[in-house]
Ligand binder design. Structure first.
Ligand code: ADP
Length: 259
């Protein structure tokens, strides 16, 4: 049945496809035992989509995200991202691939305490050799989009958790990555702040036509995504679209669960 969720063929849908996973397995050996952390997973993600990978603890979410980000090799199966087979890349190629295509949002924000908000957001551009005035201008644009421009001169320890995470999201966006991976991005925030942050992420993804893949155990947070890929014991058990998620985008698929 999961084949229904794969965007087969050429044309419009395959052009939009930014992530393609086929028959992905991750098997850990512990002594005599094998743990199937991923047990034959296949799905596609389109450009401009916000997808949540949802499951309880131990279901295989982090394993899947680590594989999509090229941080761990699969046991078997293929992962194509932006037209490139990342399962076939070596470490050096993966590092370059991540730098050029991927942004990360961490649960623990990972801001540098010795830099103010603006400097934290602009930092990835500094590594790319963008001149100061230009990188500050770009950083300000994303801080404004995340409603934290007023935190530009504040140090992380002068900000709330929600503000720090919005700074973290602006920092992930600043290099204009094709894809953003977020692992429990609101895990350290209260539920009200989590919803604020997710609404902003949702808006940003749609306005900027970014692809956001978020891992979470929380059904309510997952409901902010355009589609939810639910995994249990390393297998996909359902892929559901949000009810108001564009009719145009489901046309190549037409088999989402609620239809
Ligand atoms: P989740 O992120 O959904 O909590 P994980 O992807 O971390 O789940 O883990 C999926 C399964 O794989 C679990 O049974 C876990 O114990 C196992 N697992 C994860 N990483 C390893 C590892 N390095 N060695 C052995 N087993 C692992």
């Amino acid at each position: 049945m999961m084949g229904d969720q794969i965007l087969e063929g050429t044309g419009k849908d395959s052009a939009k496809r930014v992530i393609s996973v086929r028959d992905l397995y991750k098997i850990y050996r512990i002594g005599e035992n094998k743990v199937y952390a991923l047990n034959g997973v296949s799905f596609d993600i389109r450009r401009g989509e916000f997808v949540a990978i949802v499951g309880t603890s131990g279901s295989g979410k982090s394993t899947l995200l680590n594989m999509l980000a090229g941080l761990e090799p699969p046991t078997k199966g293929s992962i194509e991202i932006a037209g490139k087979r990342i399962d076939k890349m070596n470490e050096r190629q993966l590092v370059a691939f991540r730098r050029n295509n991927i942004g990360f949002i961490f649960q623990s924000y990972n801001l540098l305490n010795t830099m103010n908000g603006l400097e934290n957001v602009a930092m990835p551009l500094m590594f790319r050799g963008v001149p100061k005035a230009k990188r500050e201008k770009i950083a300000e644009k994303y801080m404004k989009l995340m409603s934290v421009l007023d935190q530009a001169k504040h140090m992380p320890n002068q900000m709330s958790g929600g503000q720090q995470q919005r700074i973290g999201i602006a920092r992930a966006m600043v290099v204009d990555p094709k894809i953003i991976f977020a692992d429990e991005p609101t895990g350290n925030l209260d539920s009200h702040t989590s919803m604020d942050v997710l609404e902003l992420m949702q808006k940003l993804v749609h306005e900027q036509q970014k692809t956001l893949v978020m891992v979470t155990h929380d059904d309510h947070l997952a409901s902010f995504a355009d589609r939810q890929i639910r995994i249990v014991d390393g297998k996909i058990v359902s892929i559901e679209s949000r009810k108001d998620y564009g009719a145009e985008s489901s046309e190549g698929e037409g088999n989402d669960k609620q239809q």
